[in-house]
Design a protein around this ligand. Structure first.
Ligand code: MG
Length: 259
C-alpha cells in the first residue's frame, strides 16, 4: 500500500528536505585532505540536531552514524570512521537524511576532494545528470497529467548512462519515502518505458542513481554495510527526495546553487 501525502504532510517533507540538503552542503564543505569520514559525519549530525530535526540514519537498522560516507570504490553505506582519512583526489559519497515532525528527507552527493582524475569527474557529472534526466521525466509527466510509470523513471537514468559505458547498479534502488525513510515502491535505475507501477501525484520518492566506472555488479563487505563493485572500480551516487504535489514536482533536498 502506498500512502498518498496531503498538503500538510508535504509541507513537513519540504522542511525535512531543506534541512537534509543543507546538512549535505555542510558535510561537503568539511571534505578536505586529512579529514576523517567520522568528522564529516559529526558536522552533519550537529547541523541536523541544531535545526531541531532528527538524524534519520542514526540507529537505522543499527547504522552507527548520521551519514553514510563512502570513499572511491565504495558505492553506498560506508560507515564513518576516525580511521579513514580523506585524501586529495578522493571521491567522497555522502548520504544523509533528516526527520522533521515525523517526515523524512533523504539525499546523497558525490564530493570531489581537490583535483580528481578525468574519469572520476566524468563519472560524477554523468551520475548527477542522470538524476536530473529522471527528474525531468517525472516533472513533465506529472505536471502535464500524463501517465508515469516506474519504467519511465528507470529508463531515463539507464539510457543516459549507457552512452558512457558506465555500469548502473541494479542490486540497490531508490524508494518511496514519507513517515518511513524506505517505503513502497522500489524505484530502480533501469527499466522499460511504459512498464511498471504507476506513479502519481501525492507520492514522494527518492531517486538515487548509483553508477560505477566498470560494471554495475556489487557486493556487500563483511562489515555488513559497505557496498563495493565486484571489479573494484570507482563509483558515484546522487540522490534527492522528490515530492509529487498538486502544485508541482519538487526536489525537496536540492538547494539551488549549492548542491
Ligand atoms: Mg535513499
Amino acid at each position: 500500500m502506498i500512502e498518498l501525502k496531503n498538503k500538510s504532510q508535504f509541507e513537513k517533507m519540504k522542511v525535512a528536505g531543506r534541512i537534509t540538503g543543507e546538512a549535505l552542503a555542510v558535510g561537503a564543505a568539511a571534505v578536505k585532505p586529512g579529514v576523517t569520514t567520522k568528522h564529516v559525519d559529526e558536522v552533519i549530525h550537529d547541523y541536523i540536531v541544531k535545526c531541531g530535526a532528527v538524524p534519520a540514519f542514526l540507529g537505522y537498522g543499527g547504522f552507527p552514524g548520521s551519514a553514510c560516507v563512502s570513499i572511491n570504490e565504495q558505492v553506498i553505506h560506508g560507515i564513518p570512521s576516525k580511521d579513514v582519512i580523506i585524501k586529495e583526489g578522493d571521491l567522497v559519497k555522502i548520504d544523509t537524511g533528516a526527520i522533521w515532525e515525523g517526515y523524512n528527507g533523504d539525499a546523497a552527493r558525490t564530493v570531489m576532494c581537490g583535483e580528481v582524475s578525468d574519469d572520476a569527474r566524468r563519472l560524477v557529472e554523468a551520475t548527477k545528470e542522470s538524476f536530473w534526466r529522471a527528474f525531468s521525466v517525472i516533472k513533465d509527466h506529472i505536471e502535464h497529467d500524463e501517465v508515469l510509470r516506474l519504467g519511465d523513471i528507470g529508463n531515463a537514468v539507464e539510457s543516459y548512462i549507457s552512452q558512457f559505458g558506465f555500469g548502473v547498479v541494479r542490486k540497490y534502488v531508490g524508494h518511496g519515502i514519507g513517515r518511513d525513510m524506505h517505503e513502497t515502491p522500489d524505484v530502480p535505475n533501469y527499466g522499460r518505458p511504459g512498464r511498471g507501477m504507476r506513479i502519481t501525484k501525492g507520492m514522494a520518492i527518492a531517486v538515487e542513481p548509483m553508477i560505477n566506472l566498470g560494471t554495475g555488479e556489487v557486493k556487500e563487505l563483511a562489515d555488513g554495510w559497505t557496498v563495493v563493485p565486484l571489479d573494484g572500480s570507482l563509483s558515484s551516487h546522487y540522490e534527492n527526495t522528490i515530492l509529487l504535489t498538486d502544485e508541482g514536482v519538487v526536489a525537496s533536498t536540492y538547494i539551488e546553487g549549492v548542491n
